[in-house]
Design a protein around this ligand. Structure first.
Ligand SMILES: Nc1ncnc2c1ncn2[C@@H]1O[C@H](COP(=O)(O)OP(=O)(O)OP(=O)(O)O)[C@@H](O)[C@H]1O
Length: 228
Protein backbone atom coordinates (compact mmCIF):
# COMPACT_ATOMS: atom_id res chain seq x y z
CA UNK A 1 0.00 0.00 0.00
CA UNK A 2 2.97 2.32 0.69
CA UNK A 3 6.50 2.04 -0.66
CA UNK A 4 9.02 4.63 0.46
CA UNK A 5 12.40 4.52 -1.24
CA UNK A 6 15.55 6.54 -0.65
CA UNK A 7 13.65 9.33 1.09
CA UNK A 8 15.81 12.15 2.44
CA UNK A 9 14.81 15.22 4.40
CA UNK A 10 16.81 18.12 5.77
CA UNK A 11 15.11 21.17 7.25
CA UNK A 12 16.83 24.45 6.37
CA UNK A 13 16.16 27.28 8.79
CA UNK A 14 16.23 30.25 6.41
CA UNK A 15 15.37 32.72 9.16
CA UNK A 16 18.20 31.47 11.38
CA UNK A 17 21.26 31.82 9.18
CA UNK A 18 20.35 28.93 6.85
CA UNK A 19 21.20 26.27 9.46
CA UNK A 20 20.55 22.72 8.20
CA UNK A 21 18.89 20.03 10.32
CA UNK A 22 19.27 16.63 8.63
CA UNK A 23 16.38 14.37 9.69
CA UNK A 24 16.71 11.19 7.60
CA UNK A 25 18.76 10.05 4.63
CA UNK A 26 17.69 7.42 2.09
CA UNK A 27 14.94 6.06 4.34
CA UNK A 28 13.09 2.93 3.17
CA UNK A 29 9.68 1.72 4.29
CA UNK A 30 7.02 -0.58 2.94
CA UNK A 31 3.57 -1.15 4.38
CA UNK A 32 1.19 -3.94 3.39
CA UNK A 33 -2.59 -4.05 3.67
CA UNK A 34 -3.73 -5.25 7.10
CA UNK A 35 -0.60 -4.36 9.04
CA UNK A 36 0.23 -1.59 11.48
CA UNK A 37 3.82 -0.41 11.13
CA UNK A 38 5.05 1.62 14.07
CA UNK A 39 7.77 4.25 13.79
CA UNK A 40 9.83 4.24 16.96
CA UNK A 41 12.93 6.08 18.10
CA UNK A 42 14.19 8.87 20.33
CA UNK A 43 12.63 12.30 20.38
CA UNK A 44 13.83 14.23 17.32
CA UNK A 45 14.57 11.14 15.22
CA UNK A 46 12.06 12.23 12.58
CA UNK A 47 8.97 10.09 13.22
CA UNK A 48 6.47 12.93 12.82
CA UNK A 49 8.43 14.34 9.88
CA UNK A 50 8.19 11.00 8.06
CA UNK A 51 4.44 10.80 8.76
CA UNK A 52 4.00 14.36 7.47
CA UNK A 53 5.97 13.46 4.31
CA UNK A 54 3.73 10.41 3.77
CA UNK A 55 0.67 12.66 3.99
CA UNK A 56 2.21 15.25 1.66
CA UNK A 57 2.40 17.92 4.36
CA UNK A 58 6.16 18.07 4.29
CA UNK A 59 8.30 18.05 1.15
CA UNK A 60 11.18 15.58 1.05
CA UNK A 61 14.42 16.58 -0.71
CA UNK A 62 14.86 13.30 -2.59
CA UNK A 63 13.25 9.89 -2.93
CA UNK A 64 9.80 8.54 -3.67
CA UNK A 65 6.63 7.76 -1.68
CA UNK A 66 4.45 5.49 -3.77
CA UNK A 67 0.94 5.27 -2.32
CA UNK A 68 -1.74 2.93 -3.59
CA UNK A 69 -4.61 5.00 -4.95
CA UNK A 70 -7.42 2.95 -6.47
CA UNK A 71 -5.89 0.76 -9.15
CA UNK A 72 -2.71 2.80 -9.50
CA UNK A 73 -0.02 4.53 -7.44
CA UNK A 74 0.70 8.17 -6.74
CA UNK A 75 4.17 9.41 -5.77
CA UNK A 76 3.21 11.71 -2.92
CA UNK A 77 6.77 13.11 -2.87
CA UNK A 78 6.37 14.64 -6.33
CA UNK A 79 2.63 14.73 -7.09
CA UNK A 80 0.89 18.09 -7.66
CA UNK A 81 -1.37 19.34 -4.83
CA UNK A 82 -4.53 18.38 -6.75
CA UNK A 83 -3.43 14.73 -6.86
CA UNK A 84 -2.51 14.75 -3.17
CA UNK A 85 -5.95 16.15 -2.26
CA UNK A 86 -7.56 13.29 -4.18
CA UNK A 87 -5.35 10.72 -2.42
CA UNK A 88 -6.44 12.21 0.92
CA UNK A 89 -10.11 12.17 -0.04
CA UNK A 90 -10.21 8.56 -1.20
CA UNK A 91 -7.15 6.65 -0.03
CA UNK A 92 -5.29 8.05 2.97
CA UNK A 93 -6.49 9.37 6.32
CA UNK A 94 -4.40 11.09 8.99
CA UNK A 95 -5.01 11.43 12.71
CA UNK A 96 -2.81 14.28 13.92
CA UNK A 97 -2.08 15.00 17.57
CA UNK A 98 -4.46 17.95 17.60
CA UNK A 99 -7.90 18.55 16.18
CA UNK A 100 -8.18 21.47 13.81
CA UNK A 101 -11.59 22.62 15.04
CA UNK A 102 -13.80 24.29 12.47
CA UNK A 103 -15.98 27.03 14.00
CA UNK A 104 -19.70 26.24 14.19
CA UNK A 105 -19.43 22.70 12.77
CA UNK A 106 -20.77 20.13 15.25
CA UNK A 107 -18.63 17.24 16.50
CA UNK A 108 -21.00 14.86 14.70
CA UNK A 109 -20.43 16.59 11.35
CA UNK A 110 -16.66 16.98 11.93
CA UNK A 111 -16.53 13.18 12.26
CA UNK A 112 -18.98 12.53 9.39
CA UNK A 113 -17.23 14.90 6.95
CA UNK A 114 -14.54 12.56 5.51
CA UNK A 115 -17.23 9.97 4.76
CA UNK A 116 -19.45 12.64 3.15
CA UNK A 117 -16.45 13.63 0.99
CA UNK A 118 -16.33 10.12 -0.44
CA UNK A 119 -20.00 10.31 -1.45
CA UNK A 120 -21.68 8.60 1.52
CA UNK A 121 -25.15 10.00 2.29
CA UNK A 122 -25.68 12.30 5.29
CA UNK A 123 -27.79 9.85 7.30
CA UNK A 124 -25.36 6.96 7.00
CA UNK A 125 -22.33 9.18 7.62
CA UNK A 126 -23.91 10.64 10.78
CA UNK A 127 -24.91 7.18 12.01
CA UNK A 128 -21.32 5.99 11.66
CA UNK A 129 -20.07 9.18 13.33
CA UNK A 130 -22.49 8.68 16.25
CA UNK A 131 -21.35 5.09 16.67
CA UNK A 132 -17.69 6.15 16.90
CA UNK A 133 -18.37 9.10 19.23
CA UNK A 134 -20.27 6.73 21.53
CA UNK A 135 -17.47 4.14 21.46
CA UNK A 136 -14.97 6.85 22.28
CA UNK A 137 -17.18 7.96 25.19
CA UNK A 138 -17.97 11.47 24.00
CA UNK A 139 -21.14 12.34 25.95
CA UNK A 140 -24.14 12.62 23.64
CA UNK A 141 -24.91 16.15 24.89
CA UNK A 142 -21.67 17.29 23.18
CA UNK A 143 -22.32 15.74 19.76
CA UNK A 144 -24.19 18.78 18.43
CA UNK A 145 -21.68 21.34 19.71
CA UNK A 146 -18.58 22.57 17.90
CA UNK A 147 -15.50 20.90 19.46
CA UNK A 148 -13.56 24.20 19.91
CA UNK A 149 -14.62 24.35 23.58
CA UNK A 150 -14.04 20.64 24.29
CA UNK A 151 -11.27 19.48 26.64
CA UNK A 152 -7.95 18.36 25.13
CA UNK A 153 -8.81 14.68 25.55
CA UNK A 154 -12.33 15.17 24.11
CA UNK A 155 -10.91 16.98 21.07
CA UNK A 156 -8.40 14.21 20.53
CA UNK A 157 -11.15 11.59 20.67
CA UNK A 158 -13.22 13.54 18.11
CA UNK A 159 -10.08 13.60 15.94
CA UNK A 160 -9.66 9.83 16.30
CA UNK A 161 -13.34 9.23 15.51
CA UNK A 162 -12.91 11.37 12.37
CA UNK A 163 -9.89 9.33 11.27
CA UNK A 164 -11.58 5.98 11.82
CA UNK A 165 -14.98 7.03 10.42
CA UNK A 166 -13.75 6.95 6.85
CA UNK A 167 -13.12 3.85 4.81
CA UNK A 168 -9.65 4.91 3.69
CA UNK A 169 -7.41 1.93 2.90
CA UNK A 170 -4.43 3.76 4.46
CA UNK A 171 -4.42 5.49 7.85
CA UNK A 172 -1.57 7.49 9.43
CA UNK A 173 -1.66 7.95 13.22
CA UNK A 174 0.54 10.53 14.98
CA UNK A 175 0.38 9.74 18.71
CA UNK A 176 -3.39 9.26 18.75
CA UNK A 177 -3.42 8.16 22.40
CA UNK A 178 -1.16 10.90 23.83
CA UNK A 179 -3.72 12.50 26.17
CA UNK A 180 -6.15 9.62 26.69
CA UNK A 181 -6.94 7.64 29.82
CA UNK A 182 -6.58 3.84 29.95
CA UNK A 183 -10.21 3.10 29.01
CA UNK A 184 -10.05 5.30 25.91
CA UNK A 185 -6.62 3.96 24.96
CA UNK A 186 -8.17 0.49 24.97
CA UNK A 187 -10.90 1.68 22.58
CA UNK A 188 -8.24 3.06 20.21
CA UNK A 189 -6.34 -0.26 20.34
CA UNK A 190 -9.61 -2.01 19.45
CA UNK A 191 -10.28 0.39 16.55
CA UNK A 192 -6.78 -0.23 15.19
CA UNK A 193 -7.27 -4.00 15.42
CA UNK A 194 -10.59 -3.75 13.58
CA UNK A 195 -8.97 -1.59 10.86
CA UNK A 196 -6.18 -4.17 10.43
CA UNK A 197 -8.79 -6.92 10.12
CA UNK A 198 -10.54 -4.90 7.36
CA UNK A 199 -7.21 -4.77 5.48
CA UNK A 200 -6.34 -1.14 6.25
CA UNK A 201 -2.61 -0.34 6.10
CA UNK A 202 -1.64 1.74 9.15
CA UNK A 203 1.51 3.67 10.00
CA UNK A 204 1.69 5.11 13.49
CA UNK A 205 3.75 6.71 16.23
CA UNK A 206 2.75 5.62 19.75
CA UNK A 207 4.59 6.92 22.78
CA UNK A 208 2.68 4.62 25.09
CA UNK A 209 4.64 1.32 25.38
CA UNK A 210 1.55 -0.79 26.03
CA UNK A 211 -0.33 0.59 23.02
CA UNK A 212 2.74 0.14 20.81
CA UNK A 213 3.15 -3.47 21.90
CA UNK A 214 -0.55 -4.17 21.43
CA UNK A 215 -1.02 -2.76 17.93
CA UNK A 216 2.29 -3.08 16.08
CA UNK A 217 2.65 -5.71 13.36
CA UNK A 218 6.20 -4.37 12.92
CA UNK A 219 8.31 -1.73 14.62
CA UNK A 220 10.66 0.38 12.50
CA UNK A 221 13.38 2.04 14.55
CA UNK A 222 14.55 5.52 13.58
CA UNK A 223 17.81 7.11 14.69
CA UNK A 224 18.58 10.83 14.70
CA UNK A 225 20.79 11.86 11.77
CA UNK A 226 24.17 13.31 12.62
CA UNK A 227 25.09 16.53 10.82
CA UNK A 228 27.91 16.08 8.29
N1 LIG B 1 9.13 22.56 10.76
C1 LIG B 1 10.38 22.31 11.16
N2 LIG B 1 11.39 23.17 10.88
C2 LIG B 1 12.64 22.91 11.26
N3 LIG B 1 13.03 21.80 11.96
C3 LIG B 1 12.07 20.93 12.26
C4 LIG B 1 10.70 21.12 11.89
N4 LIG B 1 9.98 20.07 12.34
C5 LIG B 1 10.85 19.24 12.96
N5 LIG B 1 12.11 19.77 12.92
C6 LIG B 1 13.32 19.16 13.44
O1 LIG B 1 13.46 17.87 12.84
C7 LIG B 1 13.85 16.90 13.78
C8 LIG B 1 12.84 15.75 13.79
O2 LIG B 1 11.62 16.23 14.35
P1 LIG B 1 10.31 15.30 14.45
O3 LIG B 1 9.23 16.11 15.07
O4 LIG B 1 10.06 14.67 13.13
O5 LIG B 1 10.86 14.17 15.45
P2 LIG B 1 10.06 13.07 16.29
O6 LIG B 1 10.89 11.83 16.20
O7 LIG B 1 8.64 12.99 15.81
O8 LIG B 1 10.14 13.68 17.75
P3 LIG B 1 9.16 13.53 19.04
O9 LIG B 1 9.23 12.07 19.47
O10 LIG B 1 9.79 14.43 20.04
O11 LIG B 1 7.78 13.97 18.63
C9 LIG B 1 13.99 17.60 15.12
O12 LIG B 1 15.36 17.85 15.34
C10 LIG B 1 13.22 18.90 14.94
O13 LIG B 1 13.85 19.96 15.64
Amino acid sequence: MILVSDLSKTYVLHTQGGISIPVFREAQLSVEAGECVTLHGPSGSGKSTLLRCLYGNCKADAGAIMVRHGDSYVDVASAPPRAIIDVRRRSMGYVSQFLRAIPRVSALDVVAEPLRATGVGMELARARAADLLARLRIPERLWHLAPATFSGGEQQRVNIARGFASDHPILLLDEPTASLDAANRAVVVQLIEEAKARGVALVGVFHDDEVREAVSSRIVTMQPEVSA
